[in-house]
Ligand binder design. Structure first.
Ligand code: SAM
Length: 257
């Protein structure tokens, strides 16, 4: 059964969405996908957030961004290059996707929703098409760093000035779901901007393998980070880079003839 997505304030609240780019640097995931895009004619970024990747590609590629959070899309439309790309309000479970960065996959909280997203990929990939997404390796227990003591950081926001930011976290070992809070305090006024109860699922590679096969997807390479290193049990990330499984590709080819 598909679960109803929790409307996460971190992405749906305009004030918090405006802090996303301040708190999240352009990362190796975006570099990697921008490079991958060189060999693709069109790119569909699911869970595109504030649209950094698509806006960077839009002048030269047919690039489309999809995200369920209007507040994130509003930022995407405004950013340099943003006016050149189409942005769609949508959900990973029922729209096309090729690329899913920034651990957007981890916002899918049940195996059913993960499978639905994978089926969406499979349903829309051409036989030559590829997909890639990232999910943090649970072995790294990265959430342990999301306590107030370990996560305290100072940010500089162009509108609000200096901010102190921190998280708080708990993990449910039975489901692999991590629940965390994000807090920002404006240094000059002491005002708090907070998002409570964001949820992320940490999946084991074996679970993903099973779901991907069920969705008709084949993995060419399992990466362990966005530098392109092969996956190992200690790798920080689990990143499948793949395509339609041969049998699914035949069905797609036949259907499009
Ligand atoms: C951590 S942000 C990553 C944004 C972007 N990919 C990046 O790398 O900067 C996660 C994004 O996933 C989106 N999201 C949440 N649920 C989703 C769903 N069911 N389908 C697609 N995107 C979803 C959120 O709205 C948010 O913008």
């Amino acid at each position: 059964m598909m679960s109803t997505p929790v409307s996460n304030r971190l992405y749906h609240d305009p004030e918090l969405a405006a802090l996303y780019d301040v708190d999240n640097d352009w990362g190796a995931d975006l570099d990697y996908c921008r490079e991958l895009a060189r060999s693709a004619r069109s790119v569909l970024d699911l869970g595109c957030g504030t649209g950094r990747l698509i806006a960077a590609l839009a002048p030269e590629w047919r690039a489309v961004g999809v995200d369920p959070a209007e507040a994130m899309l509003a930022i995407a439309r405004q950013r340099p290059g943003g006016a050149l790309a189409p942005w769609h309000k949508g959900d990973a479970r029922n729209v096309r996707l090729v690329v899913m960065t920034g651990h957007a996959f981890q916002t899918l909280l049940t195996p059913e929703d993960q499978l639905a997203a994978m089926r969406t990929i499979a349903a829309h990939l051409t036989p030559q098409g590829r997909f890639i997404f990232d999910t943090r390796n649970p072995a790294g227990e990265e959430w342990r760093d999301w306590t107030p003591e370990h996560s305290l950081r100072t940010l500089e926001d162009p509108r609000l000035g200096k901010l102190e930011a921190w998280n708080d976290v708990r993990q449910d070992a039975a489901t692999g779901i991590v629940t965390y809070e994000t807090h920002y305090r404006v240094a000059t006024t002491g005002r708090m901007i907070s998002a409570s109860q964001s949820h992320l699922r940490f999946s084991e590679k074996a679970e993903l393998e099973q779901l991907l096969a069920e969705a008709g997807l084949a993995v060419d390479r399992w990466l362990g980070d966005w530098q392109g290193h092969a996956w190992t049990p200690e790798a920080p990330e689990i990143i499948p880079l793949g395509r339609l499984a041969a049998s699914a590709a035949t069905v797609t080819r036949t259907a499009s003839m």
